[in-house]
Design a protein around this ligand. Structure first.
Ligand SMILES: Nc1ncnc2c1ncn2[C@@H]1O[C@H](COP(=O)(O)OP(=O)(O)OP(=O)(O)O)[C@@H](O)[C@H]1O
Ligand SMILES: [Mg+2]
Length: 458
């Protein structure tokens, strides 16, 4: 068994016998722990009148220990009764984020479970933050997320007010993700049911095979989406951090001036306008995010250049963080009648791979992704090129195969490009190819991968 170090994922499907939804929760929990620097955490979801334990993870146990504990905890239910003293239940019923630092010197909650856990595992829980997961639009209660022991330089420290702010944003995002995933699963089930009926008919016509394949790709498509959802939570939290702090600085500056009776009408209006603009930006980010996770119901006409911009903006924060620049050479007039989210998913998989390649390559270069969009005769070409070193020649033929990956066991599943190819071929009746390329940019010799998607303009 592997040690559960930082690089290890505990959402190993085979080992934990968990389903796609639990994998999503695991990814969400991992990202949230990283954003708040917490050593451990867990997520509960609502089931009727109780909170059901779903997932937990930490940085201090080995894989095997986590697995055993996970099996032990699997059926755990906390009744949603205001008389019981579970902090998770209290936080959900009061719809409040609760922080308890130094849990052994508090008597508001008993923490019986935590204390027993500490005793059995020779661990010491110190600080704890618990947030309800409530849908920010319809206010439905979905569950609770709990993080344990905030670390700074390896030491356990208090969770602070700022952590509450961060967790409140993240928990809203989690709520959106969970409800979208539940929604998608329902749709997927309907789709599968429809496919089943279709299959029965098709079997009679000996074309049964085709139906089965479609059903399988629908499921894989959904899984690949679920997997990227967890990563997205981290992206959005990063993307929101800077504008939120800008709003808070502007607002406190304004209120300070007003208190001192030292304000000027124009400056105040200017400040308020900036706050409104920034808020708009926040709400646009969340709209992009929500739209992306919606299953396209019907085809419609969309602008391809905007679609490309939106695909990049979904992963913007992490590109920025990794100092990857994107250069666009787009014909803004091109439109297409089809499924826009599928195209975004296809592009995102390619962008994600370039990001991974820069990370693996780790050379000290100016990292750039070039995106081209053009129409020649009646064919539309989208090209994505990077300078991350390229793909080993011996792999070039295999990269579109399902489950082909050269990445570490837990870093890649080999679904990305397979899915991209399926989307390009099935939804756009097009082709995709990959090659290595060498080119000069700003007087420097560059080497990288080039992906070309082509399909007919309609
Ligand atoms: N831009 C690129 N530069 C270098 N290698 C690449 C690039 N894009 C893809 N590859 C190679 O193609 C392989 C397959 O990519 P694919 O997206 O299908 O799977 P993955 O990235 O390994 O895993 P997943 O996307 O499922 O997390 C990668 O493992 C990598 O070796
Ligand atoms: Mg990939």
């Amino acid at each position: 068994m592997k040690k559960n170090g930082k690089n290890c994922n505990i959402y190993d499907l085979k080992l934990f016998k968990i389903n796609g939804f639990d994998v999503l929760l695991h990814k969400i929990l991992k990202q949230t722990r990283e954003v708040l620097n917490a050593e451990a955490g867990s997520i509960y979801t609502i089931n009727g009148d109780s909170l059901d334990f779903k997932v937990f993870q930490n940085d201090f146990m080995n894989y095997e220990q986590i697995y055993l504990q996970y099996l032990d905890l699997k059926g755990l239910k906390l009744p949603l009764d205001k008389n019981n003293k579970y902090i998770a239940v209290d936080s959900l019923l009061k719809e409040k984020i609760i922080v308890v630092n130094d849990i052994y010197n508090t008597n508001k909650y008993e923490f019986l479970g935590v204390k027993e856990y500490d005793k059995n595992n020779n661990y010491e829980t110190y600080s704890l933050i618990t947030a309800p997961i409530i849908h920010p639009i319809d206010n439905s209660k979905l569950g609770v997320i709990q993080l344990i022991n905030k670390l700074r330089s390896g030491k356990k420290v208090d969770f602070k007010e700022k952590d509450k702010d961060t967790l409140s944003i993240v928990s809203s995002l989690i709520a959106l993700t969970i409800s979208q995933a539940e929604n998608d699963s329902l749709k997927l089930k309907e789709l599968n049911d429809e496919l089943k009926v279709a299959n029965e008919k098709l079997t009679k016509k000996v074309e049964h095979e085709i139906g089965e394949n479609e059903k399988k790709s629908a499921i894989i498509y959904h899984q690949s989406k679920l997997a990227s959802m967890g990563e997205m939570i981290g992206n959005i939290a990063h993307q929101w951090r800077q504008p939120l702090s800008a709003i808070s600085t502007l607002a406190s500056g304004l209120s300070y001036n007003i208190e001192l009776d030292n304000y000027n009408k124009n400056e105040t209006i200017d400040g308020l306008n900036k706050i409104v603009d920034t808020t708009k930006y926040l709400s646009e980010t969340i709209d992009d995010f929500r739209d992306f996770y919606r299953i396209d119901k019907s085809a419609k006409e969309f602008n391809i250049a905007s679609n490309i911009h939106q695909s990049v903006s979904i992963t913007n924060a992490s590109l920025y963080e990794n100092k990857i620049e994107v250069k666009y050479y787009l014909d803004k007039s091109l439109t297409y009648y089809g499924f826009e989210n599928e195209l975004k998913q296809a592009l995102l998989n390619i962008l994600q791979n370039s990001k991974d390649a820069f990370y693996i390559n780790n050379e000290d270069i100016k990292k750039i992704i070039f995106i081209y969009l053009e129409k020649i005769n009646n064919t539309i070409y989208i090209k994505i090129k990077d300078n991350a070193g390229g793909i080993e020649e011996k792999y070039l033929k295999k990269i579109f195969r399902k489950n082909f990956t050269t990445k570490d066991e837990h870093k890649g599943t080999g679904i990305g490009l397979y899915m991209t190819k399926v989307i390009v071929e099935k939804s756009f009746s097009g082709n995709i190819k990959a090659e290595n390329c060498q080119f000069e940019y700003e007087n420097k010799q560059c080497k990288g991968a080039l992906f070309t998607i082509e399909f007919q303009a309609k």
